[in-house]
Design a protein around this ligand. Structure first.
Ligand code: ATP
Ligand code: MG
Length: 415
């Protein structure tokens, strides 16, 4: 892709009211554009990253037999009245609106009230279970403090998977598989997520959050310094400095963290509300048992920017980077431009995603923008390097450059 044609530009300064690191960097580097507090447009660079995260999420959900669907975002009041959530917490969190003839709607902020009757429509007997469906869709929440860029949107991307089982044992077995799938997702996105016990709401003692420890986090987690014990302080049973209740060896510490995922053993809370039962082998009617599994791809993107950056800009992990290589041509001659374009075409032919900075701007501007955008490999072609059939290769995350033959560069980048 030619950068001269790329829609979106780097900015000297982030919008003044942006206080979070992720929003400042993502706006300045031309990944997102702010429409209003908590609501962003994804520009081509940003959409490439978001889509890569969504692809990773899809792959891992498909591996645990999730089947992708797409439910509406515009939802009727009646479904929410069945569970009482139209009023509580609906009045607080849900955007509620009126259509023609006084009909009441809400915008989707979660989908239990929609997915439960949907699956009920198709499940009759034990032979139809278990089943798991998921969607990746924008959710809407009337968030009170949308100041954290992509980390806390009013409109944001969510993957929500719902699983349906014959009994609790089957649900718990799936729950453990989903935990591992979640760890895979975050690991593949370059995030070290820890499983943290959190409030489970009315239906279970705990839910499990996936928390990335960082000083930029809005959550506080108390955790053992020796084993994997960790609880969100909002429900916490331990105090700082306590002996770990799990291993009895370590001491309880406290860290700031970002919640990137949350999974819930819903049990029969929603199936009971919709009278969703199945017929077992003996012909008896039994309650369907449910689990619910959420990840925020847009929050994951914000979290990656918070964690992977330095003073010069973002440093995308390869798995989610908008491009693998950023090719810069220095100097104005036709010869250098033609050689860079040929290398660009060769890389594309080899299946390498490359952004070619062919703009008529100074070398300094190209280097600064390249650091700000944060593509993992930078390849610089100048008349001096070209004389030797070489270019200069630098990794964004490392110091030091290497001179390499052009064919070696093609090999390196498509490996
Ligand atoms: P929080 O406590 O941060 O408000 P939550 O517990 O209400 O989040 P869940 O209902 O558990 O969120 O949603 C599942 C996932 O969706 C979260 O783990 C997070 O990754 C993402 N998410 C939730 N709210 C937002 C938001 N406002 N903006 C971006 N992502 C969000
Ligand atoms: Mg949560």
């Amino acid at each position: 892709m030619l950068q001269s044609k790329l829609f979106g530009k780097t900015l000297k300064q982030a919008p003044r009211e942006e206080v979070s690191v992720n929003a400042q960097l993502l706006c300045r580097a031309g990944f997102v554009d702010k429409l209003m507090s908590g609501v962003y447009t994804y520009l081509p660079l940003g959409l490439r990253v978001l889509n890569k995260i969504k692809t990773i999420v899809r792959e891992e959900m498909d591996k645990i037999d999730g089947q992708e669907i797409l439910m509406p975002a515009l939802l009727p009041k009646e479904n929410w009245e069945k569970t009482g959530r139209w009023t509580d917490p609906g009045k607080d969190v849900m955007f509620q609106l009126e259509g023609r003839g006084g009909k009441q709607f809400g915008l989707g902020w979660t989908h239990e009230e929609i997915v439960t009757p949907l699956v009920q429509h198709y499940v009759e007997s034990y032979k139809d279970l278990p089943v798991a469906v998921y969607q990746i869709q924008d959710k809407f929440r009337n968030e009170p403090r949308a100041k954290s860029g992509l980390m806390r949107g009013i409109e944001f991307s969510m993957k929500d998977l719902y699983s349906f089982h014959r009994d609790e044992a089957d649900m718990w077995a799936y729950y453990e598989k989903a935990k591992q799938a979640y760890l895979n997702v975050f690991h593949r996105c370059g995030l070290d997520a820890r499983i943290v016990e959190a409030s489970g709401g009315a239906f279970s003692k705990y839910s499990h959050e996936f928390q990335v420890f960082t000083e930029y986090g809005e959550d506080t987690v108390r955790h053992c310094d020796k084993c994997d014990f960790a609880q969100n302080t909002e429900i916490c049973e331990v105090k700082l400095g306590d002996k770990c209740p799990k291993c009895g060896q370590g001491e309880v510490q406290e860290s700031k963290a970002i919640e990137v995922g949350n999974i819930f053993p819903l049990k029969t809370k929603y199936s009971a509300a919709f009278n969703f039962k199945y017929t077992d082998e003996t012909g008896k009617q039994q309650d369907v048992v449910m689990g619910c599994f959420g990840i925020g791809p847009s929050r994951v993107m914000g979290t990656i920017a918070e964690i992977y950056h330095d003073d010069a800009g973002i440093r995308w992990p390869m798995s989610v980077a908008p491009f693998r290589a950023h090719l810069l041509s220095l100097g104005k001659g036709d010869k250098i431009r033609a050689a860079a374009l040929a290398l660009h075409d060769r890389l594309i032919a080899a299946g390498v995603e490359v952004l070619f900075d062919d703009r008529d701007v100074s070398a300094g501007t190209k280097f600064n923008d390249s650091d700000l955008i944060g593509i993992p490999y930078r390849v610089v072609l100048s008349e001096k390097t070209l004389e030797k059939g070489c270019a200069e290769v630098k990794m964004r995350e490392k110091e030091g450059v290497e001179f390499m033959k052009l064919e070696e560069i093609v090999k390196l980048l498509n490996s």
